[in-house]
Write a protein that binds this ligand. Structure first.
Ligand code: OGA
Ligand code: MN
Length: 287
């Protein structure tokens, strides 16, 4: 019998998973781990030593690993898992990054908000970490929703956010001009009902949300409204930063949390192996 238990990271959310052994995952652990992901939003598995195949098996505990949104051509070496396993790294070959999201700070965002069925979860497993910086910061968007004043909620409750992602600028929202040229964009309710827990969560973010639509108001009205909401997200107390150590695996629920990355030294290597778990269409909390 396995003896997994969870230690809270912050008052609002996040947990460290204790007593977990990758070679000994039981069928009964699956609902326990999935319930924990829904409840805590972020799970940290410290000090694992995983092959790509083991990481993919662990990903399958949380759902169906999704093919990567970009071709695997950015992998320096092909591996049988390359379609499901990306690298987040600043390592370059002949000057070209061998993975994605190579450098520096990244603003708060939800992975996959720019597609119609946003990913259920993302997994990062640390192969190499920097001596300082590069922390991944999480925000609990259920708590952010609960912190909003009633008048703000009534202004946004029936609006939908438009989301897009410009891979060239990970610390900047796309402008209207770049937005028009971006291939992928999607709209989702501004307050979603979490598909598993049914709890409300604010589903807007400073990196990808380019507009709010649905009430006939003009863009500049909504820009002010969005700025208020981004401030609430940025300044939320329901946040913690994960300082990476080699061997850490972190999985986060992309529906109830958003995340950002702190800057780190360009001269040091940072390398994480990434999986995404297939998602679904998100329903509005308010009908
Ligand atoms: C991601 C991401 C943050 C990081 O992989 O989606 O946002 O800390 N990564 O590298
Ligand atoms: Mn991300």
């Amino acid at each position: 019998m396995s003896s997994i238990n969870f230690k809270a990271i912050s008052p609002a959310f996040g947990a460290i998973v204790d007593g977990f052994h990758v070679d000994d995952v039981q069928a009964s652990d699956k609902p326990v781990l999935n319930d924990a992901l829904d409840r805590f939003g972020v799970l940290v598995f410290p000090d694992l030593d995983l092959t790509e195949s083991q990481q993919l098996e662990l990903a399958k505990v949380f759902g169906e690993p999704s093919k990567r949104s970009r071709p695997a051509a950015d992998r320096a070496e092909r591996s049988p898992y390359a379609d499901y396993m990306g690298l987040v790294t600043n390592v370059r070959k002949d000057g070209v990054p061998i993975g994605s999201l190579p450098d520096g700070e990244m603003w708060l965002h939800h992975d996959g908000c720019f597609i119609d069925e946003p990913y259920r979860a993302t997994i990062l497993y640390a192969l190499e970490v920097t001596s300082v910086g590069g922390e991944t910061r999480f925000v609990d968007m259920r708590a952010v929703f609960c912190s909003l004043p009633d008048d703000l909620i009534s202004r946004i409750k029936h609006l939908r956010g438009t989301h897009s992602f410009d891979y060239r600028n990970i610390a900047e929202r796309p402008t209207q001009a770049t937005f028009n040229g971006l291939a992928k964009s999607a709209t989702h309710p501004s307050v979603i009902k979490h598909p598993n827990s049914q709890r409300p969560a604010l589903y807007l973010n400073p990196l990808c949300t380019v507009g709010l639509e649905g009430d006939g108001s003009n863009l500049s009205d909504n820009k002010r409204l969005l700025d208020l909401l981004f401030d609430a997200i940025d300044q939320s107390e329901a946040t913690f930063s994960h300082r990476w150590a080699k061997g850490d695996l972190v999985i986060w629920d992309n529906w109830s949390t958003c995340h950002a990355r702190n800057d780190f030294p360009a001269g040091e290597t940072r390398m994480l192996r990434r999986n995404i778990i297939k998602g679904q269409k998100l329903d509005a909390y308010f009908k």
